[in-house]
Design a binder for this molecule. Structure first.
Ligand SMILES: Cc1cc2nc3c(=O)[nH]c(=O)nc-3n(C[C@H](O)[C@H](O)[C@H](O)COP(=O)(O)OP(=O)(O)OC[C@H]3O[C@@H](n4cnc5c(N)ncnc54)[C@H](O)[C@@H]3O)c2cc1C
Length: 460
């Protein structure tokens, strides 16, 4: 049971300047930044190895005006990035936090490259929904697992102490309300008391807690959770006990394209480049270009909570650029056929209906007008034989609400005062997506992980 403890009976087994709770992208970025300033740092990770949702992710980080963009001669500016984020969340996110994240993420990416030899490039073969420019940065492997490995290697080179199998259970505060450490437990039940003048909460959100999901995001209480199970919501539980301000707890990232029953992410690039989603009646039900996050809800509203991604040979090639997609294909999730009727039969869909759906897409493209859901089709990306499909469902990826912070990533109370010594970053802090699933712009997750990790590590 997680709690807050006054420090009267607290005697430390170890004492550091900065304790970081959670070893995902946020925690490791914060650790590197704090160590860079000469502080002693301990990263406590509850699992036996570093992963978090970061390692499960596609590892794509949006940023504007980076050296990587300049190398690839990609034009972008931070005002445009801010405008894209605010347009997606319909101006419900805190603009100061958005500006802070947009500025800091570019600094963090350039700094990780220059100081730790972590190379980034920008994906420039298609635009993610809601982004006006090419700005999705990735390490060469284009996976979240490689991002974590590279951050971990950088931390090890700097002798940052990362302790796995160390689950923090309580924060410890002094009588005057300042954070002074934490208590943690090992898998064998032994207790470790860690003294720290600053504690950074980098333990993500509460997607792994069915109780908290039911409470704050009831529409996803029965949905598949696709993030890391270690994310149990301690940041908001501790924060609440300390009188911290909690914001946008109903906000989250969903995804409408997880191969079913294989449980593998199928890239949304397929939809952005001409693919469509249909239900068991062979009919489209939404504008796929609005975003993959809200599409989780749209897919879960269909009969049997499933949909089919329909695409073609050209998009099969694009999909294969992504490791997840290759894994889905290897698991047998992709069905192909020479004609749309044959594809429908293989999928158990009404052939006439599926054929009519594609004809309507062609008619919308020729008309030059948006379809009934608001999507614009282009003649050059209309699907052509051979066709392909994946059966998918919707899932909860991670939560977006969390602790309110100030410009130094310090956790603030409801009355606006700062909880001295306590910082939050990544999914532990309130994100930039507002209170609704539709506010999530692609990449908002790793944006706040790297940006606020960088801010917190530089502020402790
Ligand atoms: C399938 C998938 C694909 C995604 N793709 C993208 C993408 O391409 N781009 C993007 O921007 N976002 C993406 N996301 C979201 C992104 O992964 C997260 O927003 C991001 O990884 C959050 O980073 P974090 O460091 O805050 O949390 P995490 O990486 O989850 O790290 C938190 C760590 O804290 C540990 N922890 C929790 N509680 C404790 C405790 N009490 N004591 C000790 N340790 C604790 C956890 O075990 C975990 O390792 C994706 C998510 C999923 C699930």
């Amino acid at each position: 049971m997680t709690a807050i403890r006054q420090n009267s009976e607290f005697s430390c087994d170890v004492d550091v300047d900065c304790l970081i709770i959670g070893g995902g992208a946020a925690g490791l970025t914060a650790a590197l930044a704090a160590e860079n300033r000469g502080l002693s740092v301990l990263v406590a990770e509850r699992e036996d190895k570093l992963s978090g949702s970061t390692a499960l992710s596609s590892g794509l980080i949006p940023a504007a005006k980076t050296k990587a963009q300049m190398r690839q001669k990609l034009d972008d500016d931070q005002e445009c990035f801010i405008a894209d984020i605010m347009a997606k969340n319909e101006n419900t996110a805190d603009i100061a936090n958005v500006k802070r994240c947009v500025l800091a993420v570019s600094q963090a990416i350039d700094w990780l490259e220059d100081s730790y030899d972590i190379p980034f490039h920008v994906l420039d073969s298609f635009l993610y929904p809601g982004h006006s420019r090419y700005r999705m940065h990735a390490v060469p492997e284009v996976t979240g697992a490689a991002l974590i490995t590279r951050l971990e290697q950088a931390a090890i080179k700097r002798d940052i102490f990362i302790s796995c199998n160390l689950k923090v259970t309580e924060l410890v505060i002094s009588e005057d309300g300042r954070i002074c450490g934490a208590q943690a437990v090992r898998p064998d039940g032994s207790i470790e008391n860690i003294g720290a003048s600053s504690v950074i909460l980098a333990c993500n959100g509460y997607g792994g807690s069915p109780e908290l999901v039911s409470q704050h995001i009831p529409e996803m209480k029965e949905a598949l959770y696709f993030g890391h199970p270690g994310n149990q919501g301690e940041a908001i539980i501790w924060g609440e006990a300390l009188g911290a301000k909690l914001l946008h707890l109903s906000g989250y990232q969903g995804h409408g394209s997880v191969a079913h029953p294989h449980g593998v992410l199928v890239t949304w690039a397929l939809m952005m480049e001409g693919g469509v989603q249909v239900n068991l009646d062979g009919q489209r039900f939404s504008n796929e270009h609005k975003g993959y996050s809200e599409q989780a809800v749209n897919v879960l509203s269909q009969p049997q909570k499933i949909a089919f991604n329909i695409f073609d040979e050209r998009l099969l090639g694009l999909g294969r650029d992504f490791e997840d997609f290759r894994n889905a294909e290897a698991a047998g999730a992709v069905t192909t056929a020479d004609t749309i009727e044959e594809l429908a039969i293989k999928l158990g869909l009404p052939p006439e209906s599926l054929s009519k759906t594609l004809n309507m897409c062609a008619a919308h493209a020729s008309s030059g007008r948006p379809d009934q859901f608001g999507r614009m089709f282009k003649t050059e990306t209309l699907l052509q034989p051979r066709f392909a499909a994946v059966k998918v469902t919707g899932a909860l990826f991670h939560t977006q609400g969390g602790l309110a912070i100030d410009d130094k990533a310090r956790v603030i109370r409801n009355d606006g005062s700062v909880i001295m010594g306590l910082f939050a970053c990544g999914g532990a802090a309130c994100g930039v997506s507002g209170p609704d699933v539709s506010g999530y712009l692609s990449g908002n997750g790793l944006l706040t992980a790297l940006a606020l990790g960088y801010v917190a590590g530089n502020a402790v």
